[in-house]
Design a protein around this ligand. Structure first.
Ligand code: UGA
Length: 437
């Protein structure tokens, strides 16, 4: 099939590359000439395992190309996906200006007699489909089209496998014609396809991300109870997770959730519910617990180090989770900023996130960046593990101890084994787990 993706950001680029991989012809549109030039030159603006090879392979096979022209994208494609950003506004509600602008651009590009399906893939408030429909109609009375909502569930760091082998495909359509075309788009992925009305599909996305955030906040709230009672949150998570109705996924206690999705989507869902006249107090509590988790961790650090001012602290991890260079809304970054604010001298290391953290000025210039995990430790009075990169498991812990001034470890992701750490002579703090006996 001939497909167009408008917006070559995270979701747009990965989706376009995966559609091409299964045999569709894909044209990716982006209004950023620099980005399009970069992509045409074979350079990938984000780090995502497997993406670069996928893009190169499909560009060479002439199934994937890039343009800045919406007209060119719309002209030759049966289905047009909108994958532009929906950033948060200061009050938590979603900024819809990019979606609205693209809807008008599509309206201007649609030609009479050429039926098109316009698919919203960006994460949007419920009822956006109606708005997109009305906007296109208003700006082009002759356009023949249907609007579909097709939320995306890929995770950064494993976006390619998530897209190639999805648990389910969800889309909401109001016409059989549109639904049939969408089924043809997704048929090669051989995944269960769940078709709903448009509003339900839109809600499924916010409901899924909110529920996963809720699971994380639930286990984090439990971690505080475990610390107060001497229980071990990992064992509690394993024990409840064995119940298939609960499941073990997303029950890892730690510094809390971050990234460009959960914090924004929880806020947006709260705002949407408020607007609909049904305040979602439960999700407000999820947010509160998430913020409290970092504060509790910092308290632990103040307890262990007594005073943070002038302490040399090494931080392993800047990305909001492993296998990505995405440092937006990363709890690791928030933690570093707090440590610096309290007068600590921070040296950080992250396998992929250092460049963007610096470039986007997310950390103060005074934070030193090391070339390796061990280098970050020279003379450190404490090590904080903030992102659970696999690379950290390969670092020789004896070497870690030798490099440090004092062998104090604050593990924000329950990465190390408390017993091993004790045997090696570390003073070791983690989240919701008792010290090794
Ligand atoms: C999330 C969802 O998992 C995807 O399904 C969704 O498509 C995506 O948002 C989106 O809306 O685009 P992502 O933000 O890439 O994906 O990352 P996750 O793996 O979900 O992790 C989010 C945060 O939760 C990270 O900060 C992670 O460290 C934290 N987390 C996750 C925990 O603290 N504990 C856990 O048990 C799991």
């Amino acid at each position: 099939m001939e497909l167009c993706i408008i917006g070559s950001g995270y979701v747009g680029l990965v989706t376009g590359a995966c559609f091409a991989e299964v045999g569709h012809h894909v044209i990716c549109v982006d209004n950023d000439q620099r980005k399009v030039d970069m992509l045409r030159a074979g350079k990938i603006p984000i780090y995502e395992p497997g993406l670069e090879e996928l893009v190169h392979r499909n560009v060479s096979a002439k199934r994937l190309r890039f343009t800045t022209s919406t007209q060119e994208g719309v002209d030759g494609s049966q289905v047009i996906f909108i994958a532009v950003p929906t950033p948060p506004q200061p009050d938590g509600s979603v900024d819809m200006t990019y979606i609205e602008k693209v809807a008008r651009e599509i309206a201007a590009a649609l030609k009479p007699g050429a039926y098109r399906v316009v698919v919203d893939k960006s994460t949007v408030p419920v009822k956006t489909g109606d708005r997109v429909q009305a906007t296109i109609q208003r700006y082009n009375k002759e356009a023949e089209f249907d609007v579909v909502s097709n939320p995306e569930f890929l995770r950064e760091g494993c976006a390619v496998p998530d897209l190639m082998k999805p648990d389910r495909i969800v889309f909401g359509a109001n016409s059989d014609r549109a639904a049939d075309l969408m089924k043809r788009v997704y048929e090669p992925f051989k995944a269960p396809i769940f078709v709903t009305d448009i509003a339900s599909a839109e809600l499924i996305k916010h409901a899924a991300n909110s529920f996963l955030s809720l699971k994380i906040s639930y286990i984090n709230a439990l971690s505080a109870i475990c610390e107060a009672s001497g229980a071990d949150v990992e064992l509690v998570a394993d024990g409840i997770g064995m119940d298939k109705r609960i499941g073990r996924h997303f029950l890892n206690a730690g510094l809390g959730y971050g990234g460009s999705c959960f914090p924004k989507d929880v806020k947006a869902f709260i705002a949407i519910a408020e607007e609909l006249g049904v305040p979602f107090h439960l999700m407000k509590e999820v947010e509160r617990i998430n913020a409290a988790q970092l504060e509790r961790f910092l308290r632990k650090m103040r307890d262990g180090l007594w005073v943070l001012k002038d302490k040399h602290i090494a931080v392993w991890g800047l990305a909001f989770k492993p296998d990505t260079d995405d440092v937006r809304n990363s709890v690791a970054i928030e933690l570093i900023n707090q440590l610096v604010k309290e007068g600590a001298h921070v040296t950080a290391y992250d396998p992929k996130g250092m460049e963007k953290a610096r470039e986007w000025k997310l950390i103060p210039d005074s934070v030193k960046l090391a070339d390796s995990p061990l280098e970050a430790l020279n003379g450190a009075e404490a090590l904080v593990l903030a992102t659970e990169w696999k690379e950290f498991a390969n670092v020789d812990l004896d070497e870690v101890k030798k490099k440090m001034h004092t062998a104090l470890v604050f593990d924000g992701r329950n990465f190390f084994n408390p017993k091993t750490m004790k045997e090696l002579g570390f003073i070791y703090y983690s989240v919701g787990r008792p010290p090794a006996r």
